[in-house]
Design a protein around this ligand. Structure first.
Ligand code: SF4
Length: 487
């Protein structure tokens, strides 16, 4: 289903991008089936846990500086607020900004409100939020409860906007709407597109929008030789700066799973070209990405020189890393596009990839160009591998890695890291998503893994002293035994 990027709502990923949460097989088969019509989600007969769209939307929006987020929900949905605040304060500290609390408010919907409606409560909360924080914009994130009672958030938002005189956006991120929690990013970014980004007054072709999470800035060193300046968005950016995203020369992404909707929307609504090739992780992706961006901005000669000089600069250290990691097996667990990046990085620095498991799979991206197929890129440049799609089901994950016994696990999500460690497998948490970026990122990441492998005592001790909650019978089942059989 195509987007017009002009409405308050966003179609969920299952319908918009053909996204799924259950698959096991080969990566190449998934690539081929994603391009045709034969890919079906394999539901699970049993599930343990998950995240929700409201989590993703509220987190992204709460990191925008000078804005506030009102979560129209029972107070239980605010259970993650303290973690969002931790991200906010941690990121501000790293960026040497003034450290302050995230502006997060819950309407605390009660049973009474679910019967008689929560509109008045929402209006009152919006007034109180404005009185306390004087934000430059407010985002109202929905919840399962507000969705089930059919609350007209849009109506309340329009009334409050007229009364308070600042942009107020409704964000349709009800947890039950989609099994793909990344849908929450899409609706959050849609709210920014609808209410915050203004038409360009003046173009700045040297400025590049970089859609990302909270990692350190390694984009500057990569783009500086081309005379380009990255603006990392949206965490830790002001409302005013977001209003000028339309003035940039191009939009790139650190992870196309995160920014697919936003980048396509900026191109469609404001004419900012999106760089569609996979993000610059690994040699082949970095070459392609630099060529794409230089083509859009007329910097082809500078890009070829940069590719040549950077490849030469890392050649000796890269060979040494490859020698060190030769014969070692690595396994990746992460969100899809970023996980694919790590599948490339690990193979470039010499590991044998024993497989990967990603939290969901998008059959396509919002721009619709197959050039952006990150899993297709891995298969084309590094070959086929075992591949699974698993939305953080711990019981499935632990069976899988127990069977594969990799020499190192590279994991993006903290809740899965513990399982590798409890099995005694050296497990690296990808805390800074930019560390492996570009050519020099391969060396940085190789050095990080080297030091991690030098002392595996934390995993050894955890495996020795912390019993697993699963019985042997449970662990010995086939990893994907609860995926329904494909017809
Ligand atoms: S929005 Fe729904 S799924 Fe998300 S935390 Fe609230 S109740 Fe849970």
């Amino acid at each position: 289903m195509a987007n017009n990027f002009n409405t308050p709502g966003v179609e969920i990923r299952e319908r918009r991008l053909g996204s799924i949460t259950g698959y096991c097989g080969k990566a190449e088969e998934l690539v081929e089936r994603s391009r045709g019509c034969s890919l079906r989600n394999r539901e699970r007969k049993f599930t343990q846990c998950g995240t929700c769209s409201s989590f993703c939307a509220t987190l992204q929006l709460s990191l925008i500086q000078e804005a506030a987020v009102v979560n129209h929900a029972p107070v239980g949905c605010a259970g993650d607020f303290s973690m969002f605040n931790l991200y906010n304060r941690y990121g501000q500290t790293k960026r040497k900004m003034n450290v302050s609390n995230a502006r997060l408010v819950s309407t605390n919907l009660t049973e009474h409100d679910t019967i008689f409606g929560g509109k008045e409560k929402l209006l009152e909360t919006l007034r109180e939020t404005y009185r306390r924080f004087h934000p430059k914009a407010i985002f109202v994130t929905a919840s399962c409860a507000s969705g089930i009672i059919g609350e007209d958030i849009e109506e309340a938002v329009n009334e409050a906007e007229a009364e308070l005189g600042i942009p107020i956006a409704s964000v349709g991120c009800e947890g039950f709407r989609s099994q793909i929690w990344a849908t929450g990013w899409d609706v959050a970014f849609n709210a920014i597109l609808q209410k915050i980004v203004k038409p360009a007054r003046q173009k700045h072709p040297e400025r590049i929008n970089v859609i990302t999470f909270i990692g350190d800035d390694y984009f500057s060193e990569l783009l500086k030789p081309l005379g380009l300046v990255p603006d990392l968005i949206v965490p830790f950016v002001s409302v005013d700066d977001l209003s000028r995203l339309s003035e940039a020369g191009a939009t790139v992404q650190m992870c196309s799973t995160l920014g697919t909707y936003f980048a396509a929307g900026l191109e469609k609504l404001h004419g900012v070209p999106e760089i569609k090739s996979p993000p610059p992780y690994g040699l082949a992706a970095t070459d392609n990405w630099l060529r794409d961006i230089s083509h859009v901005l007329g910097k082809e000669k500078e890009a070829e020189e940069l590719i040549r000089s950077e490849r030469a600069a890392i050649a000796t250290e890269l060979e040494s890393l490859r020698g060190k990691f030769k014969g070692l097996k690595a396994f990746v667990a992460a969100g899809p596009a970023h996980g694919h990046s790590f599948m490339s990085v690990l193979q470039d620095i010499g590991f044998d990839l024993t497989g990967g498991v990603m939290l969901h799979h998008d059959s396509k991206l919002d721009h619709g160009n197959m050039k952006g197929d990150t899993l297709g890129h891995v298969v084309k440049h590094y070959g086929n591998t075992d591949y699974g799609v698993c939305n953080k089901q711990s019981f499935e994950f632990i069976r899988l890695i127990r069977k594969l016994k990799p020499d190192i696990l590279v994991i993006r999500h903290p809740s899965l890291v513990v399982w590798g460690a409890k099995l005694g497998i050296p497990t690296l948490f990808v805390d800074d998503e930019h560390l492996a970026l570009g050519y020099r990122g391969l060396i940085r990441y190789g050095q990080k893994i080297t030091s991690w492998l030098l002392n595996p005592s934390i995993e050894k001790n955890l495996a020795k002293f912390s019993p697993l909650p699963y019985t042997d019978w449970w662990l010995e089942q086939e990893p994907y035994a609860f995926l329904e059989v494909e017809q």
